[in-house]
Design a binder for this molecule. Structure first.
Ligand code: AMP
Ligand code: GLY
Length: 421
């Protein structure tokens, strides 16, 4: 079967790599992909938010399945567009995607289904927010309701910071805002927990801990993710059972009650406090760089998983992961997450040959007639799997050192919570 992957990051390269191993897959197209995907798939320049154009291309090229990497096309209703047509789309429909597209929608589900999450208030104006904040204890968290490319969350240490954040949101920094979310700050340790679902059943799809801050020891600005380790050190059977029964099952039940059809990955962003899981947020897709970290440990054919989700037969499939540990270190452009240059040549990348347990996934890269150049802030993902986290990290960093890209930098401490040296 011909398959199309929507997206251009490391997550999509990892998905492309796994699908390329499947006997069920003939040809892969990436919309638009990156230099890495171009080595194993056909990159197609086309606006993936223009669903009619995408459909036309799929029909012409006999693409029978689309896998959606990022949230935007899902929130915009790509699944609904293709419903009833001969092209399967792996991803949740528009109603289900509100779990990521509207933080207030999710909080209302939490309230209705008694799902553990931080206490919150929905405010409908700046004056209402300011009044509420006057009696609040800090830190507090202020959130824009809709998609904000990871920038709509403000952790505020005092009233002033919270007021400025609320003003920015109501003034339209993330699009027109009629209401905002004010949340209690949760203290604890974060964990990303993933499942895959066919709308009726769901199955475990890995756990991980992202490192979002730019600096070692989790300091400095937030980024799209500087690296990741998997599995999370926090996960155990007891905690997992609580995550499933208190958070995932009631959420998927609520989505069914709303008439949604959720076929896809569900990313459960959690704060773990005294062994109890609290929902921070849902994403309706795999995480990035969690996906790159987890997928190399998957033993089951990814294409079989996607098909069984689309066909509603996930309960008949056993999903196997190896017991390996995995670490991903992200190589970024100097200056990221602030100002950085693009189109800097990455010499010798094609000569770098990872071993069997090592992977190089491209993110912000572009193939030009003069070779591969950088095309974003997060450029390459170096992943290593083994029975030991330290070994994983050393191997990932050794690949980066071998490449010796002068415009790059990375965090050398990925996995520091599980590596004591
Ligand atoms: P994002 O993934 O960009 O939405 O970032 C959200 C991040 O903000 C999470 O990963 C947490 O680190 C933090 N965060 C969000 N809500 C809370 C909360 N209620 N308490 C503490 N930290 C939070
Ligand atoms: N790793 C965080 C995210 O994908 O949103």
């Amino acid at each position: 079967m011909n398959v199309g992957i929507i997206g251009s990051g490391g997550r999509e390269h990892a998905i492309c790599f796994m699908l390329n191993k499947s006997k069920k897959v003939s040809k892969i197209y990436c919309f638009p992909g990156n230099a890495g995907t171009s080595l194993i798939a056909q990159n197609v320049i086309l606006d993936p938010d223009n669903f009619s154009e995408l459909e036309k291309y799929c029909v012409e090229n006999d693409i029978k399945m689309l896998v959606v990497g990022p949230e935007k096309p899902l929130v915009n209703g790509i699944v609904n567009h293709f419903k009833g047509k001969s092209i399967r789309v792996f991803g949740p429909d528009k109603i289900s995607s509100k779990l990521e597209g509207s933080k207030i929608f999710t909080k209302k589900i939490c309230q209705k289904k008694d799902i553990p999450t931080s206490k919150f208030k929905i405010c409908k104006s700046l004056s209402e927010t300011v009044e509420y904040l006057k009696d609040s204890e800090f830190p507090m968290v202020i959130k824009a309701d809709g998609l904000a490319s990871g920038k709509g969350v403000y952790i505020c240490k005092n009233f002033n910071e919270a007021k400025i954040a609320s003003e920015e949101i109501f003034n339209g920094k993330f699009g027109s805002a009629e209401q905002i979310l004010v949340e209690e700050f949760l203290d604890g340790e974060e964990m990303s927990y993933f499942v895959v679902t066919d709308g009726k059943n769901f199955k475990f799809f890995g756990s991980a801990q992202d490192h979002k801050r730019v600096g070692e020891g989790d300091t400095g600005k937030n980024t799209g993710g500087m690296g990741c380790y998997s599995p999370s050190r926090l996960l155990n059977d007891h905690l997992e059972s609580k995550i499933k029964t208190k958070i995932i099952e009631p959420t998927l039940n609520a989505i069914n009650e709303y008439g949604g059809d959720y076929k896809g990955f569900l990313y459960v962003g959690l704060m773990i406090k005294d062994g109890e899981p609290f929902l921070i947020e849902f994403n309706v897709r795999m995480g990035d760089p969690e996906c790159q970290t987890i997928l190399p440990t998957l033993n089951t054919d990814l294409m079989e998983i996607l098909i069984s989700c689309c066909d509603g037969t996930l309960n008949q499939l056993k999903i196997n992961f190896s017991k390996s540990k995995s670490i991903c270190v992200v190589l970024c452009s100097k200056g990221y997450p602030e100002k950085f240059e693009k189109k800097i040549k990455i010499k010798d990348l094609e000569e770098l040959k990872p071993l069997e347990n090592q992977y190089i996934f491209h993110a912000g890269t572009l193939k030009t007639k003069n070779g591969i150049v950088s095309n974003g802030g997060r450029v390459l993902n170096f992943v290593s799997t083994s029975d030991d986290f330290l070994k994983c990290r050393v191997e990932a960093i050794n690949m980066i050192k071998k490449l010796n890209w002068k415009n790059g930098y990375f965090r050398g401490d990925i996995g520091y919570k599980v590596i004591k040296i």
